[in-house]
Ligand binder design. Structure first.
Ligand SMILES: Nc1ncnc2c1ncn2[C@@H]1O[C@H](COP(=O)(O)OP(=O)(O)OP(=O)(O)O)[C@@H](O)[C@H]1O
Ligand SMILES: [Mg+2]
Length: 339
């Protein structure tokens, strides 16, 4: 990191943050291109929030370097603060005030005159589908409404970089997709978004690139497509008519789809099976193998209600990378996925 790269919103090198003996962030290298949504994906305790708080200058790193738009988070913290916003940072929303009152108040705090503050508040409430709720006290809002007004408050002044730390955790599918629309809207206006999530489909929908982190380390990085193709050319999903035939179906799939070990995954639903099609095949070869698998299942007398070939899901990527939640990783197990 001798020279600054202007088109990177975030650049970190060997970033470390410890809490006592816990290495919450343990040597993280990130390069986040400006103007994109970058996903940071990881399970509970992976170090996502800690990394975000270091990048937003709320925590001091213990090692390595981090720059935001070329500014060092330690030496040029003010310059960084001037360009970033973090949801939850303004958790100072007053529960007793209405949505409109909160936004107007915060807009005035950042220097808008009253008419401009009102206009900005109305504009945001409208964009976030909260116009009708604007007149109600925030304490009466549902979880989804609350999340949306938190995000609205964090972009009163359009930041160059917005940190969204698990913006949809605990939301129902409808509220989640509303938040996704808001994120797309924000990025379309030129803001870079760093989004942390535990939901693979969320990263898949929104992010142009994803860093998978576990135990404070980046264990894979790339576009959603690159991450998926790193675990195989495709993934076969089978729904059986009779769960008693699962062992037979597993044997057939393991035999036809290649080297076997771990290729067939058990779903909690006893009639469903997922099998990876080996890593070396092209999409066309994967399709031929899948067709053979279906033929062989039929020949073996396994009744199949549903059969499909798709890209591996990010869930499968995650399982393949992390083995199990209890696994500990040492320093040289980073999987290089990006070219
Ligand atoms: N202030 C703190 N003091 C001590 N330990 C901390 C502190 N903050 C975080 N940790 C520890 O650092 C590790 C990473 O925590 P962090 O909150 O960054 O994870 P996360 O990926 O955001 O998890 P989640 O998905 O649950 O939000 C955890 O082991 C956590 O217990
Ligand atoms: Mg967190």
């Amino acid at each position: 990191m001798n020279h600054r790269t202007p088109d990177l919103a975030i650049e970190t090198s060997g970033l470390v943050k410890t809490f006592g003996s816990t290495r919450a962030v343990d040597g993280v290298d990130l390069r986040v291109p400006a103007g994109t949504v970058y996903g940071v994906l990881g399970p509970n305790g992976a170090g996502k929030t800690t990394a975000v708080r270091v990048l937003a200058t709320l925590l001091r790193p213990d090692g390595g370097e981090a720059r935001v738009f070329g500014h060092d988070v330690l030496r040029e913290a003010d310059a960084v603060r001037g360009r970033v916003s973090l949801t939850g940072q303004y958790a100072s929303l007053d529960e007793d005030l209405t949505g409109t009152e909160n936004l107007v108040l915060l807009a005035r705090l950042i220097g808008h005159r009253k008419p401009a503050a009102r206009r900005r508040a109305e504009q945001l409430l409208e964009a976030f589908g909260l116009s009708e709720a604007g007149g109600r006290q925030v304490k009466t809002y549902s979880g989804g409404m609350r999340r949306r007004i938190d995000i609205a408050a964090s972009i009163l002044k359009t930041p160059d970089l917005l940190f969204l730390d698990e913006p949809t955790t605990g939301l129902d599918p409808r509220s989640r997709s509303q938040v996704w629309d808001i994120v797309r809207l924000i990025v379309a206006q030129g803001t870079t978004v760093l989004l942390t999530t535990q939901y693979l489909d969320e990263a898949d929908h929104l992010a142009s690139r994803i860093a998978v982190i576990d135990h404070g380390k980046v264990i894979a990085e790339g576009t959603p497509g690159e991450l998926k193709s790193s675990v195989g050319a495709g993934s076969v999903q089978v729904r059986l008519r009779d769960s008693a035939q699962r062992p037979e179906a597993e044997r057939v799939l393991a035999r036809v789809l290649g080297d076997g070990s771990g290729a067939v995954q058990r779903d909690p639903d006893p009639v469903r099976l997922t099998a990876r099609v080996g890593g070396e095949q092209t999409g066309h070869e994967a399709a031929e193998l899948a067709a053979r698998a279906l033929t062989e299942l039929t020949r073996a007398g396994v009744a199949v209600d549903d059969f499909s070939l798709g890209q591996p899901s990010l869930d499968e990527v995650f399982l393949a990378l992390t083995d199990s939640p209890a696994t500990t990783h040492d320093s040289d197990d980073t999987k290089e996925v990006a070219a």
